[in-house]
Design a binder for this molecule. Sequence first.
Ligand SMILES: NC(=O)c1ccc[n+]([C@@H]2O[C@H](COP(=O)([O-])OP(=O)(O)OC[C@H]3O[C@@H](n4cnc5c(N)ncnc54)[C@H](OP(=O)(O)O)[C@@H]3O)[C@@H](O)[C@H]2O)c1
Length: 327
Amino acid sequence: MKVILIAAMARHRVIGINNTLPWKLSADLKRFKSLTTGHTIVMGRKTFESLGRPLPSRRHICVSRKYPQNCLTPDENWPEQVFWCGDLSAALRLTEQQYVQNPDEPVFIIGGAEIYTQALPLADALELTQIDAEFKGDAFFPFFENLFAPEETTAGEESGLPYRFKRFRSLRPDNLIVRQAVSADAEFIVRSQIRMAAETEELKLSQDVVSKGVERVFQDPSKGEYLIAERIKLTGERVPAGCLLLQKEWSDWRNGVIEWMHSVYVVPDERRSGVFSWMYKVAGARVRSRGTLGLRLYVDRNNTPARDAYRIAGMHASHYDLFEDLF
Ligand SMILES: NC(=O)c1ccc[n+]([C@@H]2O[C@H](COP(=O)([O-])OP(=O)(O)OC[C@H]3O[C@@H](n4cnc5c(N)ncnc54)[C@H](OP(=O)(O)O)[C@@H]3O)[C@@H](O)[C@H]2O)c1
């Protein structure tokens, strides 16, 4: 299965307003139709509502947290054509298991903003229509430039509106995905943190305390968000390869938010295979989409392999030292 994002974006990343498209561009609609007809399209609940009814000759997989995560539930009005799932990555996994016959079969992610943000690091390609004009908007395409490489561009104009159809391929390493963690990942995260403390500081953390600490992040998103890296085995099985926690800090110097990467862990077998670099890129795209000004982490001064991994990923050592007084 090839996961392809398809979107149209005006200047300043605008993709929608009041749950509709801000422009009329029939060349884009034609392209959308010709690429997606006969295939599966995946979308968020709000985008499905904006369509009003299913599009002909396409299977619709819609996501809403009101539905179970472990199955595709047929829609009560269009049970043959529209299915609902309570989680995006589960929706993609179930689509692949139930409907995809060959490895090159495309499945299109058609929006909106929330779904694009989550799907960027899972995608293989991006079909983007860039409209060179300004429109008012309340929905925006996420920062994607560090995750994709341009492949092909064609330009056109319609009713004075210049546009370009651009194709990008994902820079994602083979068989590796990074996604937002769900509470079912808590066990791996807890295990990772206990191992990391033992490995790097010879500290024995309390399983009970760490479990509660991790659980509270899932209960209260203001405490942060975990990302999980997964290796996809030849059998299709997904095995956790690493994790990190993003946390916001207000910077009065910059009048903006800096985010910290805490609890960074890569399982021993996966080290030196680009897992941290890709997690870092995905974290970067994610936080830039929400206007964050930069990423930071701290590392034990003696942890040379981790320091090397951070440099390889593109970070540099800061001139700050960390002081603390833990009570
Ligand atoms: N220009 C383009 O190419 C393009 C394409 C598509 C859409 N759009 C525009 O984008 C806007 C809509 O985007 P949006 O961000 O507001 O909404 P959206 O992404 O279409 O849908 C968001 C909804 O999807 C569900 N959802 C999100 N993440 C989920 C997850 N991980 N698991 C399960 N459900 C999940 C939630 O539904 P529940 O609240 O029900 O839980 C959430 O409220 C509209 O203006 C539309 O016109 C533009």
